[in-house]
Design a protein. Structure first.
Length: 81
């Protein structure tokens, strides 16, 4: 039986976690695919963080509004007594 050729994974170099120059078309395609995935992941991550920050701001505004309503309700209740 013929043995299958083992494909070695791309190993990052120690200085900047970018693989050495691709040695063949398969490595180049894999590197390009991973680079694109990393870019999309970073974009999605940035969008998620931005939305979480916006939600935090909205929650802060809602808490302030609820506190204002509670203060007004207490004033009305005190006036009725």
């Amino acid at each position: 039986m013929a043995e299958k050729e083992q494909v070695k994974p791309i190993q990052p170099n120690s200085s900047n976690s970018v693989p050495d120059e691709p040695k063949n078309v398969q490595e180049l395609a894999t590197y390009s695919l991973l680079e694109g995935m990393q870019g999309r992941f970073q974009t999605m991550s940035d969008n998620i963080i931005s939305r979480i920050d916006e939600m935090g701001d909205r929650i802060d505004e809602l808490e302030k509004s609820v506190a204002d309503v509670m203060t007004q309700a207490q004033a009305v209740d005190d006036a009725d007594k």
